[in-house]
Ligand binder design. Structure first.
Ligand code: HAM
Length: 441
């Protein structure tokens, strides 16, 4: 048990092997789908200069104003633990001159940090799979990106509703923002304290506030979709027709505005009602202005990110379970001489693909306990007698089963094979869900 006072930071989770098997299986499936869409993985620092996020996500967003983990390092530089991945990807592409006239398809998997109020499905350190595409302006790319998001969710058996909207260009949005303020100002009294504050600095956020009285006010607000510039309206229409062709169903949600300021035109979210309040499992959109805004060449771009904790929670609800990777053999030594032989043999077996843990030198009683605790598929315990060549056999025993084998030390491999131990492949992570047909090794 942890000593009182030594605890993980609130909202940050520890994951043990019985947890990480599900994470690994999930990532394996998602990475395979991304390969099929031509995406390559990018790995970036968790820390960036604070200024990057203020400039990319927007000064007036909740993330930048309230949620970032920001500190001064020993040089007095202001650094921030990344609250999301898009800003870092854009920074890296600009810094390494990788954007001129080329397209890029990148993804990342890793932790993000936001100082939000922790609750089920919302953490202060959480994990995202993020996907970013650069150099593509046509609405067919928005459709391809959304098709990828649909396929990712489908491949892991997650059901959710796709909601889409268009935010238009920044100019159209500025015009609309003023219209919205004019509509909201006479109703200030009916708004929650947060929205009263949002009204002047970021009135679009009032539209997706969850407080009932704000929702009532928002219901009759003028709709951004009806005030789009003509090019954005055409882009949105074209996207919708591509989604129809692809057979991807969606709902147009005119109050979908997203919590980050970099979006232009298309925004979308996949929302599940099985997770309570934190139902958005995957979200993103187009951000054509961001690369230029951060000092790079004008480059259209789009992407999304999915919360891995939320995907895993949905999979658990659907009954997916993963047995922890199992050790195949516990090999115990009763004395120091046997220990040397055991260490050597364990190395040879591992080189041949078998998962082995060793124990000893110790008494038979202690070794039997250790063998049981290891939950290994098989166990064998050896001492001087078995190794001296005087004929005392080695006994292999199946733990939790009735299989046994006896033979000489030199024949141990064939004994393992005869009891069905799998050589050459790692222990399988098979899904126990009887409904699932997918093998996730
Ligand atoms: P976001 O909507 O802030 O977008 O986050 C994307 C997803 O991350 C959410 O839908 C949710 O599943 C998960 N998530 C966010 N905050 C938390 C939290 N505190 N705890 C658990 N899960 C969370 C972005 O981050 C954008 N960078 C997405 C994007 C990429 N847009 C374009 N490219």
């Amino acid at each position: 048990m942890a000593h009182k006072g030594l605890q993980a930071v609130r909202g940050m989770n520890d994951l043990f092997p019985e947890d990480t098997v599900a994470w690994q299986a999930l990532e394996t499936i998602l990475r395979e789908q991304l390969r099929r869409y031509g995406f390559g993985e990018i790995r970036l620092p968790l820390l960036e200069h604070s200024e990057l996020f203020a400039r990319a996500i927007g000064d007036v967003t909740d993330i930048v104003q309230k949620e970032m983990y920001t500190f001064l390092d020993r040089n007095g530089d202001s650094l921030t633990l990344r609250p999301e991945g898009t800003a870092g990807v854009v920074r890296a592409l600009i810094e390494h001159g990788r954007l001129r006239g080329t397209q890029a398809r990148l993804y990342y998997v890793g932790p993000m940090f936001r100082h939000e109020r922790p609750q089920k499905g919302r953490y202060r350190q959480f994990h995202q799979l993020g996907v970013e595409m650069f150099g593509l302006a046509d609405p067919s790319s928005d459709a391809e990106l959304i098709a990828l998001s649909a396929r990712l969710l489908d491949s892991i058996g997650v059901r959710a509703e796709l909601q889409i909207n268009s935010l238009g260009t920044p100019e159209a949005r500025a015009h609309y923002r003023e219209l919205l303020r004019q509509y909201l100002r006479p109703q200030t009294e009916r708004l929650c304290p947060d929205c009263r504050e949002r009204l002047e600095r970021n009135p679009l956020r009032v539209l997706d506030c969850k407080v009932e009285s704000c929702r009532t006010v928002a219901a009759d607000a003028p709709r951004l979709l009806e005030h789009l510039d003509s090019e954005s309206a055409a882009h949105f229409q074209q996207l919708r027709s591509y989604l129809d062709v692809l057979g991807i169903s969606y709902r147009v949600n005119t109050s979908l505005v997203r919590g980050l300021d970099y979006y232009h035109r298309t925004v979308f979210e996949w929302v599940s009602d099985a997770l309570g309040a934190q139902g958005t499992v995957l979200a993103g959109g187009r951000y054509d202005g961001l690369v230029e805004q951060l000092g790079g060449p004008a480059t259209p771009a789009l992407g999304f990110a999915a919360g891995l904790e939320r995907l895993l929670a949905l999979r658990a609800l659907a009954g997916s379970a993963y047995p922890a990777a199992r050790v195949q053999l516990f090999l115990g030594a009763l004395d120091p001489q046997a220990m040397a032989a055991v260490l050597q043999r364990a190395e040879a077996l591992r080189a041949g693909g078998v998962a082995v843990v060793v124990g000893g030198p110790a008494s038979l009683k202690v070794l039997l306990k250790q063998a049981e605790r290891s939950e290994a598929q098989m166990q064998a315990i050896v001492g001087a007698a078995q190794l001296s060549g005087d004929g005392a056999p080695i006994r292999l025993r199946e733990q939790g089963g009735s299989g046994t084998w006896e033979g000489s030390w030199s024949e141990l491999e064939s004994g393992l094979r005869s009891l069905g131990v799998d050589f050459g492949t790692p222990p399988p992570h098979t899904e126990r869900n009887p409904m699932a047909t997918r093998s996730v090794t």
